[in-house]
Design a protein around this ligand. Structure first.
Ligand code: NAD
Ligand code: TDX
Length: 337
């Protein structure tokens, strides 16, 4: 299979590429990534054998060329603007990449004869839950509440429309909150770990009782591989960690793991439109494809804390902005983008 992975320099995409290349070193794998602030080639530094195309999924000629030149059979589409807080500050980038980018990719892939298109979506498209509501299933109506989740929901609708209208072989996964190595520290868990390590207050939005279902990024990527291999075209598969926790409990666990005092917790103004609870019913992927989450949250979190403690060079470069040097040297000076 000749595989195109969009967003392969991001947090989840890079884990997918690392795992895939380790298991199938002879497979032809192309990463297409615009290297926004969230893309970091250092996350792929140890990986050999893949090809990298620096480009934007909204750039139709570039996408067409990439698909044709490499005779791509299948696409795993991770590329997105992914941070809710940024979507509240600047929603247009989310509409552009998540909607227009996905539309561009779908249209080029359909015309280019791609045989499988796996769209990586999120549980956030279902909206939020009250404390006693049943978890989201694949039948739960789509009801996004942030510009991020609305743009992802829009992209899911486009993907579904390509299956229904053209019979184009699409698949969708909707996963809960990921954690693990190489996650950009704007997201909750790495943000808490790095602040704790530098004795900086940990900002807890609202009352800290918002609940997320946490899954280790390796478990998510294993599920994505199962869907790529054996998922039924036209279907949606939920993926979850079966580990619902209030944010405050996670922040406390991180402080405890690092031997830091609870006085570092700082309650701050809540996120606008903050979803209260996510929970996932992932029995369909378990039943149909035999996948289930392998890592326990306490073990995965301990390993993640350790990873951020021991990979201080990656963290330092991300925090200082030095990781952007590659883009500046190779591209910014050449064509002004
Ligand atoms: P990320 O922000 O870490 O990475 C996104 C990657 O996409 C980056 O490498 C970035 O450079 C690239 N990118 C952004 N805009 C692009 C464009 N226009 N063209 C080409 N590349 C572009 O995101 P992530 O956390 O790895 O999430 C990956 C996917 O998984 C996203 O689609 C996200 O919605 C979904 N998802 C994430 C989570 C989570 O907890 N992080 C959970 C469920 C689903
Ligand atoms: O500093 C913080 N303090 C805080 O209390 C941050 C960054 C977050 N939070 C809270 C907000 C959420 O309730 O922690 C929770 C998790 O926040 P994020 O890491 O921003 O994740 P979330 O908004 O839940 O969205 C994530 O999961 C689904 C990803 O960013 C999305 O890409 C994915 O689709």
């Amino acid at each position: 299979m000749k595989l195109l992975v969009t967003g392969g320099a991001g947090f989840i995409g890079s884990m997918f590429v690392r795992r895939r290349m380790a298991a199938r070193p002879d497979e032809k794998l192309i990463v297409l990534d615009a290297l926004t602030y969230a893309g970091n080639l250092a996350s792929l530094a140890q990986v050999k054998g893949f090809e990298f195309v620096h480009g934007d999924i909204c750039d139709q000629p570039l996408v067409e060329r990439t698909l044709a030149e490499h005779q791509i059979d299948a696409i795993v589409h991770f590329a997105a603007e992914s941070h809710v807080d940024r979507s509240i500050l600047g929603p247009m980038a989310f509409a552009r990449t998540n909607l227009m980018g996905t539309a561009t990719l779908l249209e080029c892939a359909r015309r280019g004869g791609v045989k499988r298109f796996l769209h990586i979506s999120t549980d956030e498209v279902y909206g939020d839950l009250g404390p006693n509501d049943a978890p989201f299933s694949e039948q739960t109506p789509i009801a996004p509440r942030s510009p991020y989740s609305a743009s992802k929901a829009g992209s899911d609708h486009l993907v579904r429309a390509y299956f229904e209208t053209y019979g184009f072989p699409t698949l969708i996964t909707r996963c809960s909150n990921n954690y693990g190595p190489y996650q950009f520290p704007e997201k909750f868990i790495p943000h808490m770990i790095l602040n704790a390590l530098s004795d900086t207050p940990l900002p807890i939005y609202g009352d800290g009782q918002n609940i997320r279902d946490w899954i280790h990024v390796e478990d998510h990527c294993a599920a994505v591989e199962r869907v790529l291999e054996a998922g039924r075209p036209g279907e949606v598969y939920n993926i979850g960690g079966r580990a619902e926790r209030p944010n405050l409990e996670i922040a406390r666990a991180i402080l405890e793991a690092l031997g830091k005092p609870e006085s570092l917790l700082k309650f701050v103004t809540d996120r606008l439109g903050h979803d209260r609870r996510y929970a996932i019913d992932d029995r369909k992927i378990e039943r149909e494809l035999g996948w289930s989450c392998a890592r326990r949250l306490d073990e995965g979190l301990a390993a993640t804390v350790k990873w951020y403690q021991t990979n201080d060079e990656w963290c330092r470069q991300v925090r200082s902005g030095e990781y952007r040097k590659w883009v500046t040297l190779n591209y910014d000076n050449r064509d002004g983008t």
